[in-house]
Design a protein around this ligand. Structure first.
Ligand code: SF4
Length: 262
């Protein structure tokens, strides 16, 4: 399958060059980036203006809706997305694309939004980029639906496969946040600039965010390239493979840290 995609030998899983006894340390030594948070700010003292962070300023316009969504369980959340008209993207969608996979997964992969195939089928990453993502998963011995969940920043297709606009991503943000809270993954992989920018509230490039363990509301997050980008940019496949190896090593470190603590 990997050979068919023209990815071998790049996508063959190699043994770690880090001795097993050093692997947890290697993972924990990874750079921890500033945390993206939607936690409430402390209440200001009397007479003081409330301090609003960049991220918080993006969510205050719909706090009631957000609070309602953040209390939902899986069935209510799925129903809410299926009937959502909160942003203009609802107008031209065929199907909402909620997300797919193991709802107790350790691994969460987040892309930007549905394309034409996803819009038709109601499932994320089902076209050519989806096949590449499946191959990327297989290369690190993962499989869609088995300890893996896949979701997008927006649940409806942006027309013409353009990037979701900030207001659209903001409207859809509570759904993804709630999915993450319900899944409680050990590690999030942000696929591409749009996913990374929205999850980390950062304008930095993918290149500058790679190779670090960021923090998303207490969950480690690693950034790599979107499979659709990799289909166009063959030269970056080796970098994406390095990112996946880094993610595997990070996950091993997380699991070993948890074992040691218990
Ligand atoms: Fe609702 Fe998200 Fe679809 Fe916009 S993209 S209509 S917020 S589900």
């Amino acid at each position: 399958m990997l050979e068919e995609m023209g990815l071998t030998p790049i996508w063959r899983l190699r043994e770690s060059t880090v001795p097993a006894e050093q692997a947890p340390a290697a993972a924990s030594a990874a750079v921890l980036e500033p945390r993206s948070t939607i936690h409430e700010s402390p209440q200001p003292a009397a007479g003081q203006k409330p301090r609003i962070t960049n991220h918080e300023s993006r969510i205050t316009d719909s706090s009631d809706r957000r609070a309602t969504i953040m209390r939902m369980e899986w069935p209510g959340l799925k129903e809410a997305v299926a009937s959502c008209v909160a942003c203009p993207l609802h107008a031209k969608r065929n199907k909402t694309v909620f997300g797919v996979g193991d709802e107790n997964a350790d691994w969460l992969f987040v892309g930007e939004g549905p394309g034409a195939d996803e819009d038709a089928q109601g499932e994320p990453f089902v076209g050519q980029a989806g096949r590449l993502l499946d191959n990327m998963l297989a290369a690190i011995r993962l499989q869609r639906g088995q300890n893996v969940y896949i979701a997008n920043v927006v649940k409806c297709r942006p027309p013409g496969n353009r990037n979701p606009q900030p207001a659209e991503a903001l409207s859809c943000e509570p759904y993804l946040h709630r999915q993450i809270d319900l899944i409680r993954p050990k590690l999030i992989i942000a696929l591409g600039k749009v996913a990374a920018a929205n999850l980390l509230a950062s304008d930095a490039s993918v290149a500058s965010m790679r190779g670090k363990v960021h923090d998303y509301r207490g969950t480690p997050l690693i950034v790599t390239y979107h499979p659709a980008y990799l289909l166009r940019s063959l030269q970056d496949k080796a970098k994406a493979w390095a990112d996946l190896c880094f993610a595997v090593k990070t996950m091993q470190g997380l699991q070993e840290s948890k074992t040691a603590a218990s």
